[in-house]
Design a protein around this ligand. Structure first.
Ligand SMILES: Nc1nc2c(ncn2[C@@H]2O[C@H](COP(=O)(O)OP(=O)(O)OP(=O)(O)O)[C@@H](O)[C@H]2O)c(=O)[nH]1
Ligand SMILES: [Mg+2]
Length: 1246
């Protein structure tokens, strides 16, 4: 096996960062602001040419394994000869002072920066590239003049290899996503244009495309033509075939589908087969040989008489086969795609640069040994390198992601160059391969009859089972280079956020293989996003573009429900506005629960939908918005969690006075966890002291999300009239009853004109930080148009790199309609977000879901609710549509269910529908499932990753006052648990009490109250209790013997070992057996493990869970008749309990991150309150309000709201969230342990 297939693929951080980069980049190929560069007075040199194309001669450097172009760098130009590589994207050259050059190896030229007048360093030490064959180069990035093919790029960013093990530079011309990035020092930390892009930028060529003509093996030259094709260099027609993206939709190497291979010789034809068809192959000039799957390579070798040499670790063939009459025909993109003939003289390569070695035995004895051009690879990536590419004329179109393929005309002496007409024009004179979807038809894998094989020997080659015992001994081996997909960059990888929706990065090798494999599977399944898109009707495309699934999330009381009420009113969903805690006593639509209306807080998230008619430039477009209003209180955080899991975008509401508050930070974390793009709405602009700029600043600094206002308020506090839209620079005032009429005017009040201009500039600057197109315009001091600004905001928001900030006052009916417009303008439609499922049949590999109705159904049950009509299941439809009466399969257990009824929810009301489209949210009846279950149409082995469920921190004993209520009680409890995964119940064995646990006092109180109201069950509850944990702090040994005799068979088990804190850290418990010689048989070891696990559920000190411990068993003993699973299970438990004290067992208590805010005058009172309860972490004193953050023990916080109310005349508020476990104070530990032991004692003596 050749070295590359194993070790050389291990790219380390390099490839990881590249893939990470691929995930981060916006979809599409090249995302630089190319269009603006076509300067009207383009340089004269263009006029001298027939078309905007540039051709460079390539030297076929066989001995170095590649094709090289001579270029010039710097002023005055220094001549260097660089290797061409379609697998990477950096241009780099060895530094003339690099140590490799001192040895005289850099005979193709190196670069001396001190001799160039135009040399500028742009990224010191940031250039760092590795290739899959293990070679690498490191140094600075610089810009300088670069000349190739008689044309000059004025300012190309290149690498200067100060430390390199390659003695010549490279011109990478692959996808720009393979590009490295220059850091902050110069260019706004953006990717810089690689060579083809820079040529477009300089107006030298029209589009990012080039053609490669390598010519045959023995010819000394080939050529690369930037920006055009040469119709005289190929035979027959040029056919366009698609390039496959990686699994996340990005293009980073030239993967095409190899769909057939035939061996043809005078003696017959064979169709070769492979289990891997269609084979994803990377077209890679830069790699010398070609590498295909083992099964097909075996057939190829047999046909031609090649064999694998263990000693050389590659396939060899008698050199005489160069003149064989046989050839191969490679077919691409299905039965009607292009075919390329590759003759044997292109596939038999000299092994050394000197005299060839000879076969020393076997039938080929005495013959020269050559290297065979097609090698084996047991796994992807499969590569078609120069041994294939020489025979093909290949056009690389990096804009349309297509390859043009035709058979090379080796004998061509003429030239007819046709330029690409414009940016994104398709390949000229080429037709698209018909039926590319037919690549799915995998040929039946039957072994060929090898009818062609004897014909491959037609020209003198004899039998072929010889062994090359001494081949090439002592000969200088010829270079074989593999430069597929290279690149890396340390800097940006760190900045790439990981999230549930992005593809997880496995080991490096897997990272390379996965995209290739998936590209292949996509092709095979005929369900590629592209194929589905092609089938999608214009109506469906339009439908999706107008769908928004959004959530409203924010700190408690910031006005989410009030904002939602306005949304419902302005969209015509409700006829009148009712306020939260309104005097009319009706309450807001979304807070439908009686308890919510009474308390004026949201407890359950509620879903609704509305149609918003957005008017722009006189045209009205209707958007369909599915909306979930979530609660702000941390005790109901699961509601936010599951909303964020399934929604595509969010509106983050902030209070204009308080800005970013503690729960804002919590919901920020949740949005980030699921990569949810958001717009921000600064509400309560009518309040005294409202300051939207503070909110904007805090989003930037506290949440670390680049943010800028896109509005400025008109008037303030009670005089608030509306907002100025900074993009179009127009005033939007709310007028008429409930602000329904919008008065638009271009006249900005003079007193805020300057502020508006300043804020508009700030917006553009902020965008320049996060968006390449605006960055370039900014650098060149161009002013973007409103359309360009909007497009940039949309791009950056959807990429989660930016949040636009809007403002208004829901209560005063100001600014809500423009916010709705922004939902449509800047938040993604279901097709814009990357949703993935895990394919269970492929080791949970992520697969992209595409929201097209025509694909098989995939949906997630994200919320359950019992309602008078039965069990209601909220479902997000990710792919395919759902019809009433359809059958679905629950992925968990593969149970088939019928969907008798589908509804859209409008808070507590429902609207029946017959069908729901892909990408939408609905609720269904009659499905028995758990929250988080995945449903499919049965054909796909997919699961969706579930959501994060926080642990309970508080518990309460509870029992119905009347025993006759027991049934209703258990019914209610079952329902609550099914609906709310953060609410749990268990029966304590000792006390036989029913214990409920949850996220906080309010959480549990609400359920007790709901029992009373909805089930008429009055309950008695105990004191709220903290969920303690137990752990150990040091190592303690044990040698425990369980020996009990009571008449019949006894119990006997001896276990020896130790317990200690889990050496891996964390809260998990760890068990290990180091028993040797079978002193404890395996089956009893697993009984010991179970015993240990059981002991950890109920700790020895308090009966609470044990965390972070480890048990190691080293020895033991058994008894012939008395040993059993039971005995060993028990012995392990007893041993653990006995050793626990010696191991420094202690009680841990939950510490809560507590945030208290109140008017500044109460600061002293609050300090006093907090002193006893925890450690103050941070205090922030504003103009009239102050906020304190403290780590408090939960124990100390019971009844805190009453104390706070008293200390602040009811004006203070606080929130609490679990932070971590810490040792409880010693006196408390002692007290708790004593109490527990007493209870146990009492129970024993009872
Ligand atoms: N001054 C002022 N008060 C507002 C505004 N919007 C909402 N409020 C008030 O703020 C309080 C909380 O409003 P809600 O809409 O219930 O807030 P919420 O964010 O839904 O609260 P939770 O769901 O409980 O987290 C109510 O008393 C509202 O009347 C506003 O724009 N200005
Ligand atoms: Mg609310």
């Amino acid at each position: 096996m050749k070295g590359y297939t194993s070790s050389a693929l291990l790219l380390g951080p390099a490839l990881l960062s590249q893939l990470a980069l691929a995930q981060q980049a916006p979809s599409g190929v090249v995302h630089w602001g190319i269009q603006k560069r076509h300067a009207p007075n383009a340089p004269n040199r263009l006029l001298r040419r027939a078309g905007p194309t540039h051709q460079a001669i390539l030297q076929n450097e066989q001995a170095r394994g590649g094709y090289f172009a001579t270029c010039a760098m710097g002023t005055p130009g220094q001549k260097v000869t660089l290797q061409l590589d379609t697998g990477s994207s950096d241009v780099w050259v060895p530094d003339s002072t690099a140590s490799i050059c001192n040895k005289g190896a850099c005979d193709l030229g190196s670069f001396d920066p001190s001799k160039s007048e135009t040399y500028t360093v742009v990224g010191q030490g940031e250039f760092d590239i590795s290739y899959v064959d293990g070679s690498s180069s490191k140094g600075d990035y610089f810009t300088d003049v670069f000349n190739i093919g008689g044309t000059t790029v004025s300012n190309l960013t290149m690498g200067l290899g100060a430390q390199t093990d390659i003695a010549y530079g490279l011109v990478g011309i692959g996808y720009a996503i393979n590009e490295a990035i220059v850091g902050n020092s110069h260019s706004l930390s953006s990717q810089y244009p690689n060579l083809p892009v820079a040529m477009v930028d300089d107006g030298l060529i029209n589009t990012i495309a080039y053609s490669l003509w390598l010519n045959d093996l023995d010819a000394g030259e080939g050529s690369i033509l930037f920006g055009g094709i040469d119709t005289k260099k190929y035979k027959g027609d040029l056919t366009r075939i698609r390039i496959y993206p990686s699994s996340n939709g990005y293009y980073f190497s030239f993967i095409v589908a190899l769909t057939s291979l035939q061996a043809i010789s005078p003696s017959g034809n064979d169709t070769l087969t492979s289990q891997e068809f269609p084979i994803p192959v990377v077209l890679d000039s830069g790699t010398t040989l070609s590498y295909l799957p083992q099964d097909i390579v075996d057939q190829i070798w047999q046909e031609v008489g090649a064999e694998y040499s263990d000693r050389l670790e590659l396939a060899v063939i008698p050199c005489s086969k160069k003149s064989s009459n046989g050839y191969f025909s490679f077919g691409f993109a299905g039965p009607d795609g292009p075919r390329i003939t590759v003759r044997m003289d292109e596939l038999v390569l000299d092994l050394t640069s000197g005299d060839p070695p000879k076969y020393t035995s076997g039938p080929n004895k005495g013959q020269d040994v050559c290297e065979f051009g097609i090698q084996n690879s047991t796994s992807a990536p499969y590569l078609l390198g120069d041994t294939f590419l020489r025979s093909a004329y290949v056009v690389y179109d990096l804009v349309n992601n297509e390859i043009g393929l035709a058979e090379t005309d080796f004998n061509s002496t003429e030239s007819n160059i046709v330029a690409f007409a414009s940016m994104s024009a398709t390949i000229p004179s080429a037709t698209q391969a018909p039926n590319q979807a037919a690549v799915t038809n995998r040929p039946v894998a039957t072994m060929p009859s090898f009818a062609a094989s004897s014909g491959f020997s037609d020209t003198g080659g004899s039998g072929n089972d010889g062994k090359d015992e001494n081949a090439s001994a002592g000969m200088p081996m010829k270079m074989r280079v593999i430069r597929a997909v290279a690149t890396l960059h340390a800097g940006r990888a760190a900045a790439v956020r990981q999230g549930v929706r992005s593809v997880g990065l496995g080991a490096c090798r897997a990272a390379v293989e996965t995209p290739l494999k998936q590209a292949k599977e996509l092709a095979a399944s005929n369900m590629t996003p592209e194929a589905a898109a092609a089938r999608m009707t214009p109506e469906e495309a339009k439908r999706l573009a107008r769908v928004r699934n959004i959530g409203i999330a924010a700190h408690i009381d910031s006005g989410k429900t009030t904002v939602t009420e306005r949304i419902l009113f302005y969209t015509g969903r409700v006829k009148a506005i009712h306020e939260v805690r309104g005097r009319d006593g009706v309450g807001a639509k979304m807070d439908s629960m009686e308890l919510e209306r009474e308390r004026g807080i949201t407890i359950q998230s509620a879903a609704t939908f509305a149609d918003w008619k957005k008017k722009e430039k006189g045209v009205e477009e209707t958007y369909h918005i599915n909306l979930i209003d979530t609660p702000g209180h941390i005790d109901f955080t699961i509601e936010v969690e599951r909303a964020m899991r399934v929604l595509d975008g969010a509106v983050m509401v902030l209070c204009a006075v308080s800005g970013v508050q503690s729960q804002t930070i919590t919901v920020d974390r949740q949005m980030k966890r699921y990569n949810v793009p958001r717009i921000s709405f600064v509400n309560k602009m009518d309040r005294m002291g409202a300051n939207p700029w503070k909110a904007v600043e805090q989003i930037n600094t506290k949440l670390k999300i680049p943010a800028a206002a896109i509005q400025v308020p008109i008037g303030s506090e009670k005089e608030l009239e509306g907002v100025v839209d900074l993009i179009d620079m127009k005033c939007i005032r709310n007028d008429g009853q409930r602000g329904v009429n919008l008065k638009i005017s271009k006249e900005i009040p003079p007193e805020i004109k300057e502020l508006c201009e300043q804020k508009r500039q700030e917006l553009i600057e902020k965008l320049a930080d996060v968006d390449d197109e605006i960055a370039e315009m900014f650098l060149e001091e161009q002013t973007p148009t409103p359309e360009q600004i909007k497009a940039a905001i949309r791009r950056a928001t959807i990429a989660c790199k930016f949040t636009p900030v809007l403002m208004g006052s829901a209560i005063a009916d100001k600014g809500v309609q423009p916010m709705l417009d922004a939902v449509c303008d800047y938040l993604p439609n279901p097709n814009d977000t990357d949703n993935t499922a895990l394919d269970r049949s492929k080791g949970e590999q992520p697969v992209k879901l595409v929201p097209y109705n025509s694909l098989p159904f995939v949906g997630l049950a994200f919320k359950l609710e019992e309602n008078p009509y039965g069990q209601l299941t909220y479902m997000r439809v990710y792919q395919g549509s759902l019809k009433k009466g359809a059958y679905l399969y629950n992925s968990r257990g593969n149970k088939k269910v019928r969907i008798p009824r589908i509804v859209r929810m409008h808070s507590n009301e429902m609207e029946d529908v017959n069908e729901i489209g892909a990408g939408e949210i609905c609720a269904v009846f009659g499905v028995d499932c758990a929250s988080g279950d995945t449903f499919t149409d049965g054909g796909l082995p997919y699961s969706l990753s579930s959501m994060y469920v926080p642990d309970a921190v508080m518990s309460l004993s509870i029992k119905p006052k009347r025993s006759s209520d027991a049934d209703a009680f258990s019914k209610a409890m079952n329902r609550f648990m099914r609906e709310d995964p953060t609410f749990r119940l268990h029966v304590d064995e000792e006390s036989e009490e029913t214990i409920i646990s949850g996220m906080g006092e309010l959480h549990l109180e609400i359920y007790v109250e709901r029992l009373r109201r909805e089930y008429k069950v009055e309950c008695e509850t105990g004191q709220p209790r903290v969920s303690y944990r137990e752990t150990i702090t040091q190592k303690a040994e044990f040698d425990y013997l369980l020996k009990r005799q009571s008449g019949g068979p006894g119990d006997y088990a001896r276990v020896v070992g130790w317990i200690e804190p889990n050496p891996n850290g964390g809260e998990d418990n760890h068990f290990e057996s180091r028993v040797v010689g079978g002193t404890i048989p395996d089956k009893y070891i697993s009984a010991c493990q179970k015993g240990f696990q059981e002991a950890c559920i109920k700790g020895p000190l308090l009966g609470h869970k044990v965390i972070g411990s480890s048990m190691v068993i080293t020895d033991g003993a058994t008894h012939v008749t008395d040993s059993s699973d039971y005995a060993f299970n028990l012995a392990a438990q007893m041993a653990f309990g006995k050793a626990f004290t010696a191991a420094g067992g202690q009680v841990l208590e939950p510490l809560m991150k507590t945030t208290i805010s109140a008017p500044a005058e109460f600061q002293g009172n609050i300090l006093m309150l907090m002193n006893k309860r925890g450690t103050i972490v941070d205090t922030e004193v504003g103009a009239d309000e102050f906020t304190m953050v403290a780590d408090c023990s939960l124990n100390a916080m019971f009844g805190f709201s009453t104390h706070l109310r008293a200390a602040t005349q009811g004006k203070g508020e606080f929130s609490m969230e679990f932070s971590h476990y810490a040792p409880a104070p010693p006196h408390l530990q002692k007290e708790l342990v004593q109490k527990y032991q007493k209870e146990l004692e009492a129970k024993r003596t009872k």
